[in-house]
Design a binder for this molecule. Structure first.
Ligand SMILES: [Zn+2]
Length: 447
C-alpha cells in the first residue's frame, strides 16, 4: 500500500451509473480520499490512466489448482463427474510448494485480467492420505502468500469437506480435504490470521460433503466472526436427488433449516433450483455466485440468476475452474446465457453486470469498502483500453457496454490495488514472466 499521497488522472471513469471524462483521484494509504470531476487534463505529477477505468474486479469463486487442468480436460466426452476424476488426480500431486507456485502464477494471471480480489474456495488442506502438515494451515498460508506476491487481495474461504456423499466416508482422493469433523475444521482455521491483503472466510463444500448435523457448526463459526460463508449449491441434479432421498428436501431447504442461509452467505452456481429454493435464497438475502464459463464448460446447465436477483439475491461472478480467466467474459456470459434460454435480450444492463463484477462481488468476499470509485473506498482500479482492435469505435459514453460486451482480459491495461500499480501497460510489475511462471508451475504437477 502506498504511504505517500498520490494523484491519478482517469481519462474516462465508470462512476457506477455513467462514464465520466477527466476524473482525478487523490489517494492516500491505499484509499481514495477525493474524486474530482471536470478535470480535462492530467494535473502535474499525476499517474495517467488512459482508457476506461473501472473499480477493480472481484473473482468471487476460484480453485487455484484447477488452472493446471486448462485445455487438457477438453479432450473426450463425459460429465462433471468424469471431469472430477481428472481434477482429483491433479489435487493428489499438490504440495505447499507446488501449490504456492501455481497459485502465485494463477493470481498473477488474474491481476493481468483486472482482478483485484479473489475468493479462494480452498479444500486441499492436508498431505495425501489426510496427514496434517507440520503447520496444519501450510496450504492455506501458501495461497495467502501467493496472493501477496501476485499483488491481489484474497479471501481464503477455508472449506469444510468431510464426506464423499450423504453418510459416506471420504474417498482416497478426498482424505486430504477432511479435518474429520466440523469442530476440528473450526479449530484449524481459527488459527489463520487476517492481513492487510487477506480475509478469512468459511465454506461448506456442498451438502453432500458436510453431514447435515454439522452444518450449524460452520454457520456459527462464520456468524461469530461476521465472515463470508460460501457453499456450492445445486450445481448437479444428482446432488439434489441424493439430498431428497436422504433428507426429503432440497439442498437449499437443508441449508435453510440449519441456519446456513443469510446475507453473508453466497451460494455458488445455484443451478438446479425449485421456485421455493429461489424464494428461500432470495428472501434470506443469500448471494448467488455465477460461474458461467465453468458452468458451460462442465455442462452443468444455466442457473436462474435473473429470478434469484428478482427475489433479493445479490449476484457475483467467479472463474471457478479457470477454463478461462476473464471476468468480463463471465459478466457478459450471464446475460448471453439468459438470452439463449429465453430468446429475449436485455436482462441485465452493462451497469448491472459491472455491479456484479465489482461492488457486489467484493461484498460477497467481505470487502465492503471496495468496488466503487468514491472517496473513502480502496484505490482498487482496472483500466480497459478503448483503442484496441476489439474496443475501438464506440463513443466513450458507451464505455461500460464496450467493457462488458466487447473487451476481454487482453484489453486490461492497468491494474491498481490499494494505490499500487500491479499491472502497468499490460505487464505485471511483481511477477516478471507470468506465462513462464504458469508453464513451470503446471509442468511441476504433470504426472
Ligand atoms: Zn467451485
Amino acid at each position: 500500500m502506498t504511504a505517500t499521497p498520490r494523484t491519478y488522472w482517469l481519462e474516462h471513469a465508470w462512476l457506477g451509473t455513467r462514464v465520466e471524462p477527466g476524473v482525478t483521484l487523490a489517494v492516500r494509504d491505499g484509499r481514495i480520499t477525493a474524486v474530482r470531476q471536470d478535470t480535462p487534463a492530467p494535473p502535474p505529477g499525476a499517474e495517467v490512466l488512459r482508457g476506461l477505468t473501472l473499480p477493480g474486479l472481484a473473482n468471487a469463486h476460484s480453485h487455484a489448482f484447477h488452472r493446471a487442468l486448462r485445455s487438457t480436460v477438453q479432450v473426450g466426452s463425459g460429465t462433471f463427474w468424469t471431469w472430477r476424476e481428472v481434477m482429483y488426480a491433479t489435487a493428489d500431486r499438490l504440495t505447499p510448494d507446488t501449490y504456492h507456485a501455481l497459485a502465485r502464477a494463477t493470481y498473477a494471471e488474474m491481476a493481468l485480467a483486472g482482478i483485484t480480489a479473489v475468493g479462494e474456495f480452498h479444500y486441499v488442506h492436508h498431505a495425501p492420505g489426510g496427514t496434517p502438515y507440520a503447520d496444519p494451515n501450510a496450504m492455506g498460508e501458501a495461497l495467502i502468500e501467493a496472493a501477496a506476491e501476485a499483488g491481489v487481495r484474497i479471501t481464503l474461504l477455508d472449506t469444510v469437506y468431510l464426506s464423499s456423499g450423504f453418510g459416506q466416508p471420504p474417498t482416497t482422493h478426498q482424505l486430504r480435504f477432511s479435518d474429520g469433523d466440523a469442530d476440528a475444521w473450526a479449530d484449524r482455521c481459527s488459527v489463520l490470521k487476517e492481513r492487510d491483503h487477506a480475509r478469512i472466510g468459511a465454506a461448506i463444500h456442498s451438502v453432500r460433503a458436510v453431514p447435515a448435523e454439522q452444518l450449524a457448526t460452520v454457520a456459527r463459526w462464520a456468524e461469530e466472526r461476521r465472515a463470508p460463508l460460501h457453499v456450492h449449491l445445486s450445481e448437479q441434479t444428482a446432488e439434489n436427488d441424493a439430498c431428497q432421498a436422504i433428507h426429503g428436501c432440497t439442498p437449499a431447504q437443508l441449508l435453510a433449516v440449519h441456519g446456513v442461509l443469510g446475507p453473508r452467505t453466497t451460494g455458488v452456481h445455484n443451478t438446479h433450483l425449485t421456485a421455493e429454493d429461489i424464494s428461500l435464497i432470495g428472501g434470506s438475502g443469500t448471494g448467488t455466485c455465477m460461474c458461467p464459463t465453468t458452468e458451460r464448460d462442465l455442462a452443468d446447465g444455466i442457473g436462474p440468476a435473473a429470478a434469484l436477483q428478482n427475489e433479493g439475491s445479490p449476484l457475483s461472478l467467479g472463474s471457478d475452474s479457470h477454463a478461462v480467466i476473464d471476468l468480463l467474459e463471465e459478466a457478459r456470459a450471464m446475460e448471453l446465457d439468459e438470452r439463449l434460454r429465453t430468446r429475449t435480450r436485455g436482462h441485465w444492463t452493462a451497469a448491472a453486470l459491472l455491479r456484479a463484477a465489482t461492488v457486489d462481488g467484493h461484498a460477497a468476499l467481505g470487502w465492503d469498502d471496495t468496488g466503487r470509485i468514491e472517496a473513502g473506498g480502496r484505490a482498487d482500479l482496472v483500466t480497459i483500453a478503448l483503442d484496441s482492435v476489439r474496443t475501438a469505435g464506440p463513443l466513450p459514453g458507451f464505455g461500460a457496454e464496450t467493457a462488458v460486451f466487447a473487451a476481454t482480459a487482453a484489453d486490461v491495461r492497468h491494474t491498481v490495488v490499494g494505490g499500487r500499480h500491479v499491472v502497468r501497460d499490460g505487464a505485471h510489475t511483481l511477477v516478471p514472466d507470468v506465462p513462464g511462471a504458469l508453464a513451470r508451475a503446471v509442468e511441476a504437477l504433470r504426472a
